[in-house]
Design a protein around this ligand. Structure first.
Ligand SMILES: NC(=O)c1ccc[n+]([C@@H]2O[C@H](COP(=O)([O-])OP(=O)(O)OC[C@H]3O[C@@H](n4cnc5c(N)ncnc54)[C@H](O)[C@@H]3O)[C@@H](O)[C@H]2O)c1
Length: 328
């Protein structure tokens, strides 16, 4: 049985990815500081939980590990600006440390979940060969960690970079600070979808279960196809303009579309090509924006999610932890 170490395993993506990997026959070590709680992962005979920091853990835990999926990070732009030095120390240095120790300890594959935010905002449709334009500390640290971990790739150590579109969908560690999830929450609470002005801006989206599927492909694909490669993760059809996105969310839920504007006009727009992952790995998405909206709506109605749970807005939760003296 293959052993996968997932860092950031208690987070939004990790708490969906870990059960998915267990279901697909992997044994998993879930390493996390568990800033959002330890109750997000299932009890499972093939799961071990390790409360530790990617900047500090002992390398011996990597002894029998085959693959590392390195999700741990301060996970969005506003959280990344709270303390930029900390962001560099976790998102770049911490993850580069994980990559180096993985190589030293004989791990055969390192999967690095990066973000399409490294492209910044550009007029053209961007692909993996386009120039990057990271605009925030979060995006800059991601790009640096990508570049440095790629240098480690060789015939014994496969490095795969995945640049995720903005993720949506239900997770036990919910994030309402992601566009689609936040729209559904606004609709649920006020009957109005919050839309960032002026709504014409393009963004790429991907469902969280499709992310889990893409990570598994990156773990299982032959090394000669993925080693040293960067893949955007998403689908061309899910590049959407924000106003249109809100209309689709309302239509899926089946309640008359009402909305409210917020923020200053945001002219920052980008569209991403997902041709490479489709053609090289045969990846296609199984879930639509409508599926995600309905699933979150239902979870709110059934009280599996609470719109006011303070942990669901990442930056606010980190502010609280820092105020309480928790070492982030
Ligand atoms: N969610 C998205 O839309 C999206 C899009 C692109 C890329 N990503 C990337 O995917 C990864 C996971 O994102 P997420 O949405 O699950 O975020 P998240 O904030 O829910 O999860 C991150 C996890 O990392 C943990 N963590 C933070 N610092 C740590 C440290 N020093 N040591 C150990 N654990 C630590 C946190 O406790 C948390 O559980 C991040 O690297 C993020 O940049 C996410």
């Amino acid at each position: 049985m293959k052993q996968v170490l997932v860092t950031g395993a208690g987070g939004y993506i990790g708490s969906v990815l870990v059960p998915y990997l267990l279901e697909h026959g992997y044994s998993v070590i879930a390493l996390d500081r568990f800033f959002f709680g330890k109750d997000k992962l299932p009890d499972h005979k093939n799961l071990s939980i390790l409360e530790d920091d990617i900047r500090l853990f002992d390398k011996s835990i990597l002894k029998d590990v085959d693959v590392v999926v390195d999700l741990a990070a301060l996970s969005n732009d506003p959280s990344g600006e709270l303390d930029p030095v900390k962001t560099w120390s976790i998102n770049y240095l911490g993850r580069f440390r994980v990559a180096v120790l993985s190589k030293l300890m004989g791990v055969s594959r390192y999967v690095f979940p990066s973000s399409c935010s490294v492209y910044g905002f550009q007029d053209e449709v961007v692909d993996e060969n386009s120039s990057t334009n990271p605009l925030t500390t979060y995006a800059k640290a991601n790009l640096k960690a990508e570049q440095e971990s790629l240098i480690l790739s060789d015939d014994k150590f496969t490095v795969v970079i995945l640049r995720f579109a903005t993720v949506y969908g239900f997770s036990p560690r919910m994030r309402f600070d992601l566009a689609i999830n936040g729209m559904v929450k606004g609709f649920f609470e006020n009957g109005k979808i919050p839309i960032l002005r002026d709504g014409t801006q393009w963004r790429p989206f991907v469902h969280i279960k499709d992310i889990a599927k893409a990570v598994r492909l990156a773990i299982e694909a032959p090394s000669e196809i993925v080693n040293g490669e960067i893949f955007n993760v998403g689908s061309d059809e899910q590049n959407v303009q924000i106003f249109n996105l809100a209309q689709r969310v309302a239509e899926a839920i089946g309640i008359p579309f009402q909305y409210e504007w917020y923020g200053l006009p945001d002219h920052r727009s980008y569209r991403v090509s997902f041709k490479k992952i489709r053609e090289k790995l045969g990846f296609s998405t199984d879930y639509s924006i409508e599926d995600g909206a309905i699933e979150i709506w239902k979870a709110l109605k059934e009280k599996k999610l609470y719109p006011n749970d303070p942990k669901t807005i990442t930056v606010e939760w980190y502010k609280k932890l820092i105020k309480e003296g928790v070492m982030v």
